[in-house]
Design a protein around this ligand. Structure first.
Ligand SMILES: Cc1cc2nc3c(=O)[nH]c(=O)nc-3n(C[C@H](O)[C@H](O)[C@H](O)COP(=O)(O)O)c2cc1C
Length: 188
């Protein structure tokens, strides 16, 4: 890909996980920049279906405790381990911020269009985070299907993941992908 700043961000945006996050706080200003990028995503009929609950500081502890509680509640006894429960809590507490990604279904469009628009918003956030040297990734554990009351979701809303964030000092990495040539067909 020939590179300018946008193409560079698209190429080098990576999933960056908690183990790589450092102690640096993410400023509210940077989080708002990332959220404004989400809000600029394309949206059919301008339904703007993306919603976010942002967790910082004690909010991350509450999120972690809730994820641990849900894990314990929904995991069959033979599969439950205390280590997994602690790891679920740590996903939140080792992050510097987390955002619950929520789709607000309006009924004005097929649901997949609202879902697609929200995914576009997430990619915008991911690219904005990269541009601010903030690492992030989209996590979709099955537990997100049990977060409704904790997040205060309405009937028409669904949590489709958690976006975890933290500053880091990992080197840029190329994407690992099979060639685009295998996924396209030209009609000329
Ligand atoms: C819809 C969606 C859900 C994802 N869910 C998870 C997840 O639950 N856990 C995880 O570690 N990564 C998750 N990822 C991140 C992918 O694993 C990651 O994007 C992929 O490995 C490619 O790496 P890259 O983002 O660094 O290019 C998800 C990504 C997407 C788009």
């Amino acid at each position: 890909m020939s590179q300018n700043e946008v193409l560079n961000a698209i190429t080098y945006r990576r999933s960056i996980f908690q183990a790589n996050y450092n102690e640096q706080e993410i400023s509210k200003e940077n989080l708002l920049t990332i959220l404004e990028a989400a809000n600029a995503a394309p949206t059919h009929k301008r339904t703007q279906p993306w919603r976010f609950v942002i967790f910082r500081n004690d909010g991350l502890v509450r999120l972690g405790n809730e994820l641990g509680r849900i894990y314990k509640e929904v995991t069959p006894a033979e599969k439950y381990t205390e280590l997994n429960e602690q790891n679920m809590v740590k996903k939140a507490t080792m992050s510097k911020a987390a955002m619950a990604i929520i789709v607000n279904y309006t009924g004005e469009l097929p649901e997949w269009e609202e879902l697609a628009a929200t995914a576009c918003a997430v990619q915008n956030m991911w690219l904005a985070a990269y541009s601010l040297k903030i690492g992030a990734y989209w996590a979709t554990p099955g537990l997100i299907n049990h977060l409704g009351s904790f997040l205060g979701l309405a009937e028409n809303q669904k949590c489709i993941g958690l976006f975890y964030l933290g500053h880091h000092s990992s080197e840029d990495r190329e994407p690992v992908r099979s060639p685009i040539a295998e996924k396209i067909r030209w009609e000329e």
